[in-house]
Design a protein around this ligand. Sequence first.
Ligand code: DP6
Length: 366
Amino acid sequence: GPFMAEDRNMAVVTCSAPVNIAVIKYWGKRDEEAILPINSSLSVTLHQDQLKTTTTVAVSRDFKEDRIWLNGTEDNITHPRLQTCLREIRRLARKRRNSGDENCNTFPTVSYKVHICSANNFPTAAGLASSAAGYACLVYALAKLYGLEGELSEIARQGSGSACRSMYGGFVQWVMGEKTDGSDSIAQQIKPESHWPELRVLILVVSAERKPVGSTTGMQTSVKTSPLLKHRAEKIVPERMKEMTEAIQCRDFESFAQITMKESNQFHATCLDTFPPIFYLNNISRRIINLVHKYNSHHGETRVAYTFDAGPNAVIYTLHQHVEEFVEVVKHFFPPEENGGHIRYGRPRYPPPPLVLPPQPSRPCP
Ligand code: DP6
């Protein structure tokens, strides 16, 4: 719960939230304002030991205005999506207060201004789902501050679509929903992380550069221009959601890995089908894709899978017994000495070393 200062004029809460990496991709909105997707999606939430966002929210009678700091620098509080999240949380808090819940007295006044401090323990520029962890963390921290419980992924979704999936650990689906008000477009946990303890995630940082086309504008152009995206949303994703859910329930790595790679490839194919086309993968990304396929066929089974979001960095899913060998293979083909010891902008960098991340054990935790 919130830490209340002696004079009860100030309350502070700090929370952290994890990153999630989609294996069935979200790409395209049917409603820009409410952030409603054209298809359901599914992701794995990563452990917070390696990647997380930490957010502190404070309210006080003495604060003159709402303010936000990101990674130590003050940012623009008037950002529409940030405003939506603040408004929706305050609406919920007022609703609860008006319902006459006695516990409300222990929580701060809704009309006080809020100060928000948020930081990532990983480079924001690397494009590693920082908005997902960021909005999940903000919504969770504010909910704790006002003592709100229950369905909060609907609010996180309105910050950034993929953020709703970071509200849960383990294997999480974002159900697209049907309603126009978005109340059924929410995240749900399919299985907790304990369901598949052998699963591992490696992140190969190909480039720490900022992506040229952001997800929001990229998917807008794709919805307008790509017939492949339409076909994918209507026909292919519903089938793959079923297959992927089954693969996870049965811990069937072969199926899990194959659907993951096909999903990544189709997502990047819709980017190429967008007009004008969007290129997120580079030559290094493509070399990693080839390497994974050669490695798997060498072993006569699917031991590793790649997936790429809106950038060139590779996320690898594998099982713990294959991590060591695959990391050696990556180091062999992308020798660290050739790539220098330092981050060189615009230059590939391997591996940093690859991060080994088990699925994440908990919800965003206070
Ligand atoms: C390729 O959630 O960043 O990572 O809703 O516009 O904020 P907005 O987009 P965002 O898109 C993520 C796209 C993706 C696929 C995924 O995570 O499912």
